[in-house]
Design a protein around this ligand. Structure first.
Ligand code: GLU
Length: 419
């Protein structure tokens, strides 16, 4: 879907609202409103049939006030500069909420990777890395996976960058294979963080995760891992979807069976059949009756058009920017509690940080240690958000933005403006 709204305007508007609500000094807002650097690159690739195609790529570095730029790289046919700018700003806020010593960035290539062969994809990834190599590095800007990229993509980025430097540079990317310096627990970290945040919000209302019904839109890395972990913690997954459509089962879906089915390759959710399973549309996944709705696909999914139709008590944003500002207000008025992306999906970048720390110190941590630290860090940032929420009688989104913006403005003031 092409964007009918401007995601960058959305994030800036929400920032402005939060600054007013939190009585945050706005003198530094002009700085935060603009990214520090936008890079656009044109990437020629020799295709398998001998033709030459040129793809457009981006890396937007929003802020490094609190530490090196950090954020993923996505491959998507609708990716454009405005989207990447918004995603970069969200990374700055996300890292500040989690209190990681990072700023925010994001990268992307306008391409549908499913139309490329593996060789073409590798060539495109290497050419993109070559093009942005002057501005990335373990202490400057550290990419990671995002939509349609994974540990294999990161292995190619790492190798290209290391070849250019003449030595292995494991700290230049996170989300890489464990064999190349990746961290245990990173692959499932975003999904795990989504489950942790759901558990925290339910606990506040005195509700257990066990038996809670959950609908998940999207079966990429985040949606699939969240589904698996929810299922193993005895939540009831009532609906799942991918780009082909959705499935619903009132008695609960077997998330392991669905994942195993999808892993065969060349099949989609629309091909899945089991007892009690009915096929529904993607839109119906968003509006089906459940306790917790987890949008885990792309931006701009819960909008003014469908917010009034949601049939859940909680929305936990696993994707970045799935809910528009207008929809936020509708959900608020309807008493639906929403945990915002910059907190709910921060598990990925938190474990990215653990991976980077292990690389720099040349250490390896075990999985339990990683998962335990992730839970501790997310619980701490949830407490910080709760404090702001109580102080300002506002939504979780506003409270999370206030937590982040206070830190960013404070850091900006300490540093002052160069020269
Ligand atoms: N792409 C993920 C996100 O949006 C992870 C970023 C990272 O690990 O740097 O949070």
């Amino acid at each position: 879907m092409r964007h009918t709204y401007n995601p960058y305007k959305n994030v800036i508007d929400v920032m402005e609202k939060a600054m007013k609500l939190g009585n945050i000094d706005t003198s530094m807002f002009e700085i935060l409103k603009n990214p520090q650097r936008e890079t656009k690159v044109y990437l020629p690739v020799e295709m398998d049939d001998g033709s030459v195609r040129v793809f457009e790529g981006y890396r937007v570095q929003h802020s490094n006030i609190r530490g090196p730029f950090k954020g993923g790289i996505r491959f998507h046919q609708n990716c454009d500069l405005d989207e990447v700018k918004a995603l970069a700003a969200w990374m700055t806020l996300k890292c500040a909420v989690a209190d990681l010593p990072y700023g925010g960035a994001k990268g992307g290539i306008q391409v549908d990777p499913s139309t490329l062969s593996e060789r073409e994809l590798r060539a495109l990834t290497r050419r993109y890395t070559f093009a942005i190599a002057p501005i990335i590095g373990a202490d400057t800007d550290i990419p990671a996976p995002d939509v349609n990229t994974n540990f294999q993509t990161m292995a190619w980025v790492l190798d290209t960058y290391s070849q250019l430097k003449g030595h292995p540079c494991p700290g230049v990317v996170t989300g890489k294979p464990i064999e190349l310096g990746g961290s245990k627990g990173r692959n499932s970290a975003t999904g795990r963080g989504v489950v942790i945040s759901t558990k925290l919000i339910l606990a506040l209302d005195g509700r257990p995760l066990e038996g809670t019904s959950v609908a998940i839109q999207g079966m990429g890395n985040v949606g699939a891992n969240a589904a698996r972990i929810f299922y193993h913690r005895k939540a009831k997954i009532v609906a799942l979807s991918d780009i082909s459509g959705g499935i619903y089962c009132e008695g609960g879906l077997d998330a392991d069976a669905v994942s195993a089915f999808l892993e065969q390759g060349n099949v989609m959710i629309k091909d899945y059949n089991a007892e009690g399973v009915v096929h529904i549309s993607n839109e119906e996944v968003l509006t089906c009756k459940c306790d917790v709705l987890v949008p885990a696909a792309l931006e701009n999914q819960i909008t003014a058009d469908n917010a009034a139709k949601l049939n859940c008590s909680y929305v936990v944003e696993a994707a970045n920017g799935p809910t528009t500002e207008e929809a936020d207000q509708i959900l608020d008025a309807r008493g639906i509690t929403l945990l915002p992306d910059i907190f709910a999906n921060s598990g990925g970048v938190i474990v990215s940080y653990f991976e980077w720390v292990q690389n720099i110190q040349e250490l390896t941590w075990d999985r339990d240690q990683v998962n335990e630290m992730l839970e501790k860090l997310m619980s701490r940032s949830f407490q910080n958000i709760l404090e702001e929420k109580e102080a300002h009688h506002c939504s979780y989104r506003m409270a999370a933005y206030i937590v982040a913006l206070k830190k960013l403005v404070y850091a900006e003031k300490l540093k002052g403006i160069f020269p």
